[in-house]
Design a protein around this ligand. Structure first.
Ligand code: C5P
Length: 233
């Protein structure tokens, strides 16, 4: 199975994003485009980054009625991205509709992964606001299984949950894990973190790394260090 480092390009503008990517002349890293950049620049930013040769994880976390998600996924699939995502809370019907929308006429489609519970949601919010009374880690595993049973390819989760997800959903079910930091770098606002090497040992399939690379004085060197640690090269 392909393992890779995905750089979270959490920039607000096209110029900043392209200037960052221009530093990469030899390799074309996997890039995550989030809501901020997509809503600021529109689909053109996806096309521009794709044109530079980067695989793309379009992190838009769709959550709507099945028909709307299906039709929106067809639009995103036409952008030729490599990974899309949605909220598993949208139900199995929504997840299955998303897969239908993503599948192109030739049968190919981007990988589709689910967000289970946002890491910003804690047990208290789950119980008091969402009226879900199960322990949050059980909710996360249950939503991961729902995603697996709907035919999705994996979930976004903490590297600390990767082994558990693989045990519940199979080793082929992808774990895409943010919350990665070098042993000697700042934690920023991340709380539950792992180094790239530990994430590899934990079974993460893709690590999503933002600030340790984007804010580094030498981003290319930081990316290479991250890839070397994660891929064990
Ligand atoms: O800069 P940093 O490495 O913390 O960036 C991590 C990226 O992963 C950000 O784009 C963040 O929004 C995303 N993410 C996360 N935790 C989640 C889901 C997504 O950090 N649970």
């Amino acid at each position: 199975m392909a393992k890779d480092v995905i750089i979270a390009c959490d920039f607000a503008q096209e110029a900043e994003t392209m200037a960052f990517l221009e530093q990469f002349q030899e390799e074309k890293p996997f890039v995550k485009i989030g809501m901020e950049l997509f809503y600021a620049c529109g689909p053109e930013i996806v096309k521009k980054i794709k044109k530079r040769g980067h695989p793309i994880f379009l992190d838009l976390k769709l959550h709507d009625i099945p028909n709307t998600v299906k039709k929106t996924m067809a639009v995103l699939s036409a952008l030729d991205v490599d990974i899309c995502n949605l909220h598993a809370a949208g139900t199995s019907a929504m997840m299955k509709a998303a897969l239908e929308g993503l599948t192109r006429s030739d049968g190919t489609r981007p990988l589709l992964i689910a967000v289970t519970q946002l890491t910003s949601t804690d047990q208290e919010a789950l119980e008091q606001e969402l009226l879900i009374n199960e322990p949050i880690d059980q909710v996360v595993m249950h939503y991961a299984l729902n995603a697996k049973n709907a035919g999705l390819d994996g979930v976004v989760c903490s590297p600390l949950e990767a082994a558990k997800v693989h045990a519940a959903c199979g080793t082929d079910f992808l774990t895409v894990t943010p919350g990665v930091r070098f042993a000697d770098s700042a934690k920023d606002d991340q709380k539950r973190i792992m180094t790239p090497a530990k994430a590899r040992e934990a079974g993460s399939d893709y690590i999503v790394v933002g600030r340790p690379i984007t804010q580094a004085s030498d981003p290319v060197a930081a990316y290479r260090r991250c890839a070397a640690e994660f891929l064990g090269k």
